[in-house]
Each structure stands twice: as C-alpha cells, then as structure tokens.
Design a binder for this molecule. Sequence first.
Ligand code: 5GP
Ligand code: MN
Length: 366
Amino acid sequence: MFRKVLIANSAIPFLGLRGFIVSSRPMNKETTQIVKKLLATPQKVVIVGHKNPDGDAVGSCLGLSFFLKNLGHNVTVIMPNDFPDFLKWLPGAEEVLIHERETQKSAQQIEAADLIFTLDFNSLDRVGDMQTVLENVSAKFVMIDHHQQPADYAVATYSDVKMSSTSEMVFHFMEALGEAGKLSKEIAVNLFTGIMTDTGSFRFSTTSPTTHRVAAKLIEAGAESAIINQNVYDTNSPERMKLLGVALNNLNIMPEFNTAYITLTQKELDDHNFKKGDTEGFVNYALSVKGIVFAAIFIENKQENIVKISFRSIGNFSVNDFARNHYSGGGHINAAGGKSSQSLNNTINEFISILPRYKNELTNAS
Ligand code: 5GP
Ligand code: MN
C-alpha cells in the first residue's frame, strides 16, 4: 500500500516557521506524510533497538515510546539483549522487554504488532537472534537512524548520517509531526541521555548547533543535565575502575600509523567481575593520545567465541569502511564496531598486518 521511501535529508538549512522550529534538518515531507498516515489511528507499536544497546538506543526507544503512548498508541519496547546498569534508572527502563530473556513474550508482541519502529541501527542483522522473528512478520517498518548505508526494509526510512544521535532525530520526528508540544519530562530525560552519550557529552564532531538547541528544549522540558551526567558517568564500580587500569596498561601505540589499540582478555574481564557496559568509553582513552587518529579496542568474548572490536577515529579516516571491509561491522565515519572469530592474538596480528595498507590515509588524516 505504501511506497518505500528512502530519502536522506538534504543539507539545505531550514530556516523554520516563524522561528519556532528547532530542526535545521527536518524529516522530509514525504516521510512525514507516510508516518502521519500510519499513526492516524491507534496502533499496536513495537520499538526495537540494536543488540548490546547503548545510551542512544535505549534513550531514543524509550523517548519515542512515551511520545507514541501520549498519542494514544499501544507501545512495547524490545531490546535483543540486556543493557548496562547505568541506563536502568531511565524512565520506562523497567518495562523494556529483553528478547534474550523473554523470548516467547517478545516474539508474541512482535507478531501482534501493526507497526515496528527500528531505532539506532541500519540493518536487521544488528538485532542478533531477533532477526528471524522480524523478517517474518507482516507489520510495517519505520526506521529512524543515523548510521551509514541504511538497508531498505521500511515503508518510511528517516535516515540522516549527519545527525548526532537517533535521540536527536526522535525530537525532529516529533517536530515534523507537529507534536513537539507533547514533549514530557520522561521523553526529555530519555532523549537527553541518548544525545549526551552518543556525542561524548557534546564533544564529537556530529554535535551541531541544532543538537544544542534540541538539548536546550529538552532541559526546558525537565531533563536535568547535572543529574543525568551523574547517573550515567558517576556510578562506576571499583572493579570497573581497576579494569580501566588494566586496559590502559594494555595500551599499544603505533606512532608510524598514528594508531593506538587496547586489548582485554576474557580472564582480565572475569578477574574484575565484568558487567555489561563496563568497557564503554575505554577506546576513547586510546584516541585521546596526542597524534593518534585511529584507535581500537579488542575485547575477548569466550561465550560468543568472538573478539568484539570498537573503532574510533578523528578526521577523515573512515572506521565505518574499515570495520565493513575487515570485521563484518560498520557504524559511522568516526565510530564503528565489528567482530572477529579468530583468537585474540590472531586478531591483533591480523590487525597489525592490515595497517600498512592504510599508512597513507592514516598519516595524512586530518
Ligand atoms: P561501539 O564501538 O560503541 O560498540 O559502537 C560504535 C558504533 O558502531 C555504534 O554506532 C554501533 O551501533 C556501531 N556498531 C558496533 N558494533 C557493530 C557491528 O558489529 N556492526 C555494525 N554494523 N555496527 C556496529
Ligand atoms: Mn546512535
């Protein structure tokens, strides 16, 4: 019934109606019309985030869920697996269904849905075991996401790789529907958390003037920045701090490639009572070394029999391309992830052997 629409937003600045509109890159009109039609009557909605959900995945899904509930829809948020404790305080977090834990209940909700919103990921292989369930339902999909190369599975695709975060896009989504007035404290707290975590507290290059304008609106609607920062960043366990010490001790610097990487073995994680989310942000320490433009962290995962890798860069060096080309992964130009099914040692050796191919890019990166 609906045509598939896959239109990335243009870079033309939008001056706004009578100065009230915050979005400088609004969701385009065609996508907006489709979404309005889809939401014209009360719907059974499922909102899905990606595997190993981060602050933006959880914040954007929960923010959107409060918004759609305010519009009168029946909404369930489902994550493929659990999310870190530092996000458990978010409004609505206690109601999130975890597919890995409550597989049957989650599959039932997905099968009963009229509409499925997929947030903060660009391809259905980012949801782990939920992929098969999602691929076999009749519901219509809406994608809201800021990752490179979005797949074409939704009847409405709101994709903008220039956006700081999916959480910022949920604000623009509300505004495009003419419903920014529905911004509640619950929505604001969730979206602010997503923007804050995905921008490294408004530091990364995707942070635009509009990101700050959206953040200001969220603060006005009740998101208390200081408290949110404390809840997310000042709840470290002693074990996590010791694990950071180990990670920093394992930092390797390769000045000839402006590259730095960190390794963590399963034993090092076990010795520090590793919990989901404990290694979040560690890779940024490697990137913070003077002169480094490319950083990686390799984390052994014996349970899944993989090495999970996070890549970060500064400037033009695309870690999205690097992760896609070598580690079945992807993400953004300056932040991406992937995995290897080889041992940690072999993974590192291979990584080191690949680097010379990128020497020019890495040494000329700016
Ligand atoms: P992180 O390194 O923090 O896990 O992820 C950095 C970015 O890359 C995030 O936007 C995340 O969604 C994306 N990402 C992480 N791992 C993968 C992966 O295995 N595949 C793809 N396509 N993207 C990933
Ligand atoms: Mn994101």
